[in-house]
Each structure stands twice: as structure tokens, then as C-alpha cells.
Design a protein around this ligand. Structure first.
Ligand SMILES: [Zn+2]
Length: 471
């Protein structure tokens, strides 16, 4: 398929030529559908808020100025806010939060404390503090504004992922789909955006991505949007990855750690594996990509609750085998999401093929029941999410066979309510890359040196396998 695509791209009028360059320095993967690219929307709609982000007058003025005059570096982390030394927050007694709700919100906030160098404390008297209260929906201020600022978390916001999302805004982080490189990954249909929500989909010119790859599974990414998706992922199997609220992704943590200058704190080389790095909150252990655990990220995460499912490791052969995974929570009334992680492994130098057969599910959203599939991309990236519409036994035959990059596939099953399970067929094949390890064009070497093998992996996988050491 790649060869045919390449032929189409390269041979124009009989002349062998390089593809048209995009602003990333490489040919566009697909046509864009973002007339106006949202700047007009931003200016028209920034009247005090950006979806669930509340902005101060000064922040709006600065944002508009920078949008009209976009000469600054581009950051997902805002440059218009102040950073916290210690994040102080308290739960407003008048809101009547239950102990379970407080624990859940703490879990969302403390995820940042436990994986960064940022301190957190509960205090009603600190000079700069966040009053957490049931005000109106879920929202937060952007960055530290001085004095007391608000964060609203009403009953419908009671998810660890939502609490950590709002706290990330307070730490100075915009939405993922506001990133300057959004158009290389997502198509936004402006005509489907509800009136008044345009700014949420506008690209912010003053964001800095710190070299962290665009991550569909960021806890800061909006979901696709109802009634005809507002956003379409360029990679269709990532469509349902957008909008997860289980918790911050590996790349979300990396961004915050860079924004708060946490990465220089740990000086010992622990030998973290699978893309992990020493945890600034505890330099004796690594921060691991999803699907990995242990001090050095070389272990499989155990299930969150063995009463519901047990994580497993299975070995592929050259013959198709079938695996059934389930995580049933039929009579559970609670706030938690349980998960199981299954590893499928094969010998070095081979790749795994996954053919998803069917799913047994309830008619809930992807935030309630989903299957994450990792291995077709770098393990540091969020995986595909499978959660088809329907109830009962739902066929997955429309999903193409997924081939891993290397000799491991990771399947993460998550469920917070009801019956849920899946069936997959799997086998391994000799690596496709062995006999055809080439770059499509000489620029690949420069792209690879620029770090593109990580942040633009699908493209580089297709065109620059040699320079990226994919084969
Ligand atoms: Zn938000």
C-alpha cells in the first residue's frame, strides 16, 4: 500500500520529485478542513471563558494580542499565566461534598503531586489558593492568578480524569486540541461547533508543546463531539481515544514536568524501560507509559481489583489463537473505574497481528467501557480505543487487522459499570521490515534527527523506517 501511495505522491508529470512540503517539513497526510483555522472564532468567542477554562481580563487581552501577532513560540502550556510553587486548595464546606467525592477529587489532584515536582496542600488560608466548590459545571481558572480563585466540580464532574483535567488548567495547561500542531492530527468541522463554543476549538498561538508529541489520549483532549463529530482523528482508530477521562496520559505528565522544570531533579540513571523516565516526585522509581508498571516500567500492571478481572500475559504463535477478556461489574454502584491489562508477546524480530472479533457491552459511553490497544505505535503514545455503539454482542469485523510495531501488544480493558468483554484473534508474523529496510527519501535522516520518529510516528513508519530504526 505504501509503495502505491508513494508512487502517487512522487511521480508528478513524469518527473520524480519530492512531495509538497507542509509546515512540519513533510508532505501533508491528508487535506485539511479548517477554514479560518479558528482564529476568528477565538476572537469572537473569548468573552471571559474558553469552555471550562475561565480566563481573566488580562489573560484575554494578552491572548488576543498574541493571536493577532503570533510571533512567540508555540506552547500547549500557557505563557499568560503564573506558575504555582505549592498548589493550595480547599473544599468549600457549603458545597456539601461527601467523603467519597473528596477522596476522588484528591486522587485526581494528587496524580500530579505524585508524578511531578509540584507540591500540593489543602489550605483555606494560603495567600494563593483554589476554592473547590459546586458552582456551575466543571471549570477552572487558567494558571495561578493570585489570591483566591475558583474551581467548580459539581456532582456530574466526579471522575478522577475530570478532577485532574481541571487541575491541569489551574497549572496552566490548555486543551490538547488547541495545540499549534492540531491540524496535523485532527480535522475540526467548524460548521458542527455549537454557537458559543468556537474558542474551545481554536488554536492558541501562544502555546508551547515542549516537543511533547500530540496525544489523542491526553486527558486535556475533548471528545469527538455529538451529532456528527466536531473532530475527526486522522488515524480513525484514535477517534474514540479522544476525550478519555480515566486520568492523565504519559505525555500529559511529560508536558507538566517540562512546564514546571521538573526533569532535572533526578540525576541518577535508573535505566527506566519502555520509554519511562525517573519520577521527579520519587527519583527511585520511573514514570511509566500506560500498560507498564514496576520500578523500571518492565512489569505488567496488575488488575485494579482482582474480584472483577485478572491481568494476564499470553504468548502468540504463528497460528491464530483466540483470547476472551472480560470485566463485569453488573451490580456495582460506585465512582471507580476498574481495569485489567493483558500482554500478548511474541519472539524478538516478529510482529503481532490482532483481529478483533466481537465485544459484549452495554450501551454506555467510551468513558464508561472501553478497550485500549497499544503496540501499533510507540508505547509512550496512548493506544487505540475500541468502544462501538450498541448493546449485547457487537461485531468488530469492521476493524482492520492491527499489526504491532514490535513483539508486544497491550490490551487494557476498562469498565465502571455493567457487563463488558471482548474477543480477539492473534498470531505473530515474521517482521515485515526485515527485507525492505529503506527510507522513502533522503530527508528522513534529518526528520529522525529532529525527533520526528516519536512525535510523527505514523508518517515516519510509512516513509522513514530505516532512519527511525523501525527495522
Ligand atoms: Zn478543559
Amino acid at each position: 500500500m505504501n509503495l502505491i501511495l508513494l508512487a502517487g505522491l512522487f511521480v508528478i508529470g513524469g518527473v520524480y520529485t519530492l512531495p509538497v512540503k507542509h509546515d512540519s517539513g513533510k508532505p501533508p497526510i491528508k487535506a485539511q478542513h479548517n477554514p479560518g483555522s479558528g482564529v476568528e472564532n477565538l476572537i469572537e468567542n473569548l468573552k471571559g471563558n474558553d469552555g471550562d477554562i475561565k480566563l481573566t481580563e488580562a489573560q484575554i487581552d494578552k491572548l488576543l494580542e498574541e493571536t493577532e501577532n503570533p510571533t512567540r513560540s508555540k506552547r500547549q502550556a500557557s505563557t499568560t499565566d503564573n506558575k504555582w510553587t505549592t498548589v493550595s486548595y480547599y473544599f468549600d464546606d457549603a458545597s456539601g461534598y461527601t467523603d467519597d467525592q473528596k477522596d476522588l477529587m484528591r486522587a485526581g489532584f494528587n496524580f500530579w503531586r505524585d508524578n511531578t515536582c509540584i507540591n500540593f496542600e489543602e489550605s483555606e488560608t494560603a495567600d494563593d489558593r483554589i476554592r473547590v466548590a459546586k458552582i456551575d459545571g466543571c471549570y477552572a481558572d487558567l494558571g495561578m492568578n493570585g489570591g483566591e480563585q475558583e474551581m467548580s466540580l459539581v456532582d456530574s464532574c466526579m471522575r478522577i480524569g475530570i478532577a485532574s483535567h481541571e487541575m491541569a488548567h489551574a497549572l496552566g495547561i490548555w486543551h490538547q486540541q488547541s495545540r499549534s500542531d492540531r491540524e496535523d492530527h485532527v480535522t475540526v468541522y467548524n460548521n458542527r461547533i455549537k454557537t458559543g463554543q468556537g474558542s474551545e476549538y481554536a488554536i492558541k498561538s501562544n502555546t508551547d508543546n515542549y516537543g511533547v508529541p500530540y496525544d489523542y489520549g491526553s486527558v486535556m483532549h475533548y471528545e469527538e463531539g455529538a451529532s456528527g463529530p466536531v473532530m475527526e482523528a486522522d488515524e480513525p482508530l484514535h477517534q474514540k481515544t479522544m476525550g478519555q477521562r480515566d486520568g492523565p496520559s504519559f505525555n500529559d505528565l511529560l508536558l507538566i514536568n517540562k512546564h514546571y522544570d521538573c526533569l532535572g531533579i533526578c540525576t541518577d540513571d535508573l535505566g527506566c524501560q519502555n520509554g519511562g523516565y525517573p519520577n521527579p516526585a520519587d527519583c527511585s522509581r520511573c514514570i511509566c507509559p500506560g500498560g507498564f508498571a514496576g520500578t523500571l516500567c518492565d512489569k505488567r500492571p496488575s488488575s485494579t481489583n482482582a474480584e472483577f478481572c485478572v491481568s494476564s500475559s499470553i504468548s502468540a504463535t504463528t497460528s491464530w489463537q483466540t483470547f476472551n477478556g472480560s470485566l463485569n461489574r453488573d451490580n456495582i454502584a460506585g465512582l471507580s473505574t476498574e481495569s485489567c491489562t493483558h500482554w500478548i508477546k511474541s519472539p524478538e524480530g516478529t510482529q503481532i497481528e490482532l483481529e478483533f472479533v466481537q465485544m459484549k457491552k452495554m450501551n454506555y459511553s467510551c468513558r464508561t467501557q472501553s478497550l485500549e490497544v497499544k503496540g501499533a505505535q510507540e508505547m509512550t503514545m496512548s493506544g487505540y480505543r475500541i468502544c462501538p455503539i450498541g448493546t449485547g454482542i457487537v461485531s468488530l469485523s469492521n476493524i482492520p487487522v492491527i499489526t504491532t510495531l514490535g513483539n508486544k501488544a497491550i490490551l487494557i480493558l476498562r469498565n465502571s459499570r455493567g457487563t463488558f468483554g471482548f474477543q480477539v484473534r492473534y498470531r505473530y508474523i515474521e517482521s515485515n521490515n526485515n527485507g525492505d529496510c529503506t527510507d522513502a527519501f533522503p530527508e528522513c535522516e534529518g526528520y529522525a534527527a529532529n525527533g520526528d520518529c516519536e512525535w510523527d510516528l505514523p508518517y515516519m513508519k510509512d516513509y522513514c523506517s530505516y532512519s527511525c530504526n523501525f527495522c
